[in-house]
Write a protein that binds this ligand. Structure first.
Ligand code: UN1
Length: 506
């Protein structure tokens, strides 16, 4: 492979992260940067046999790690957060190179890792169980939470590291080793994160067993081996609904546990009383940020008919003028699509929308850099109704806009899609806000008021309903998924009263 400026940047940035990976393995996995469409590295891939060996190593590690007190396990995560802070710029750059994010968004993703580590450190002293009143005299009942086992983490290209860390930081304080299978499109970020983690391990000392955190670079066969192994207690998978439909049943068939964080078809509702300027900015970031490649990206917008002519022209203007460009060389707000497949699906969706009477603004390909890079002007499409591509997730910057006159109708349509991840209402009317947040309101896992659908903080539980898979990661009590619950009942009396008043006099 001849050296190009981007390849040099890759090897320097990886070196700065402390990653010693072989980047030029002839015939290995080609890593293509969407920034230019060029191959920036070729990595050796792990085999299925190596995957099984990694699972065995992780299970050995579990036997030791589960006995280390949780606050001490938290210390490892605290050290990891320190190392992440030192490597924030370099890791952010790798994210930008591999996923095409702007520097601010690349570093934002690393910040999300730091945040969840800080959260997990506090959590390491708060893995609380309940004490429960018993019906039997002289008894005590309580819950104990124990480490669960090995956690397999499968991540997607669009957030190449934060979702790993949501899982890994919690799993590690909960007493579980982790095995990470990153997207084939973004393995460099994973190797860089692992190198940073290993620095924390070196500082932590001997309490940490070998194989506590492992990365497996490879394709579907590696993921499949993880998913099918009875020795992997929990699979946490982020990706498309199509992927989830394969992973979910396979894990269920072996009675494994699963956290699925799949696609969304997230919508916003703009009410007559909305702060229009704020709504405009929130929608612009939610729909165009990360080039529409977040699972939380805003893809549908319901606008009240009385304000349609106020906000939609302003949005069209923002779409026409937003800066699109190379995230490594410019300050552009919108970077590239991940690849040609993503571009093709955008073209198809826009053509379908036009056939159904949609009026498309934008969506053209922009010639930025070589032909192998796919940059597009984000598209805003005025739709007569919620049909065709509007009802599904296209992982590209397309915002379908529809008019509504009655909030109840808008809510029916809002909920009438497969995805159930994130949602937003723009209103200053208390009743509208509360209806949106009520049982008859948004059916999503994330329900926002006066902010966009994307950019959730780590403190809340992250995930959604329906085709989004039902899993919850990150904050709140998501940690429970990484532990097993034991209900303990202790009899400290001299009698043996039976529950439910049953008698058995022997
Ligand atoms: C994803 O797109 O898979 O809420 C995760 C957000 C980010 C996480 C997105 N904190 O947009």
């Amino acid at each position: 492979m001849p050296t190009t400026p981007l390849k040099t940047m890759v090897s320097e940035t990886m070196k700065n992260c402390g990653a010693a990976a072989k980047l030029d393995d002839e015939g290995g996995l080609a890593v293509i940067s969407p920034v230019t469409g060029e191959t920036v590295a070729q990595l050796p891939e792990h085999s299925v046999a190596e995957t099984h060996a990694a699972i065995a190593r992780a299970n050995e590690a579990f036997r030791k790690w589960r006995l280390i007190p949780a606050p001490r396990r938290g210390e490892l995560v605290r050290l990891f957060a320190e190392e992440l802070r030192k490597s924030k710029e370099n890791l952010g750059r790798i994210v930008s190179i591999e996923a095409g994010k702007s520097p601010s968004e690349g570093q934002g993703e690393v910040q999300e890792m730091i945040d969840i580590c800080d959260f997990a450190v506090g959590l390491s002293r708060q893995l609380y169980g309940l004490t429960i009143a018993t019906e039997r005299p002289g008894h005590r009942m309580m819950e104990t939470w124990h480490p669960l086992g090995v956690v397999g983490i499968i991540t997607a290209f669009n957030f190449p590291c934060a979702p790993w860390c949501w899982n890994a930081a919690l799993a590690l304080v909960c007493g579980d080793p982790v095995i990470w299978k990153p997207s084939e499109k973004t393995p460099l970020t994973a190797l860089a994160c692992q190198a940073v983690f290993e620095r924390a391990l070196a500082r932590f000392g001997d309490d940490a067993p070998d194989g506590l955190s492992q990365v497996l670079v490879g394709g579907p066969s590696v993921g499949e081996a993880l998913v099918e192994s009875e020795k992997v207690a929990l699979i946490s998978a982020t990706g498309s609904t199509r992927m989830g439909r394969i992973v979910g049943p396979k894990v269920a068939a072996r009675f494994g546990k699963c956290i699925l964080e799949l696609g969304g078809n997230n919508a916003g509702i703009v009410c007559p009383s909305a702060d229009m300027d704020m709504a405009l900015r929130a929608i612009a970031f939610g729909a165009m940020g990360t080039a529409g490649q977040r699972c939380t990206t805003m893809r549908r917008l319901f606008v009240h008919e009385s304000v349609y002519d106020q906000i939609v022209p302003a949005l069209k203007k923002a779409y026409a003028s937003v800066s699109v460009g190379n995230p490594l060389e410019t300050q552009a707000l919108v970077g590239p699509l991940i690849d040609k497949t993503a571009y093709d699906s955008m073209v198809t969706a826009l053509a379908e929308a036009a056939d159904l009477g949609g009026v498309v603004h934008g969506g053209e390909r922009e010639q930025i850099g070589p032909d192998s890079a796919y940059y597009v002007r984000p598209a805003i499409v005025e739709m007569p109704a919620q049909t065709g591509p509007v009802t599904r997730e296209t992982f590209a910057p397309i915002l379908y806009v529809m008019k509504y006159s009655d909030l109840d109708d808008a809510l029916e349509q809002h909920n009438d899609v497969g995805g159930g991840l994130s949602s937003a209402i723009f209103t200053t009317d208390l009743r509208e806000m509360e209806i949106f947040l009520s049982a008859k309101g948004s059916d999503c896992g994330i329900t926002n008021v006066n902010i966009g659908t994307s950019g959730a903080e780590i403190g809340g539980a992250f995930g959604g309903e329906k085709e989004t898979g039902g899993g919850r990661e990150s904050g709140s009590d998501a940690w429970r998924a990484y532990m097993r619950r034991a209900t303990n009942t202790i009899n400290y009396s001299t009698e043996l009263p039976l529950a439910q008043g049953v008698t058995f006099d022997i």
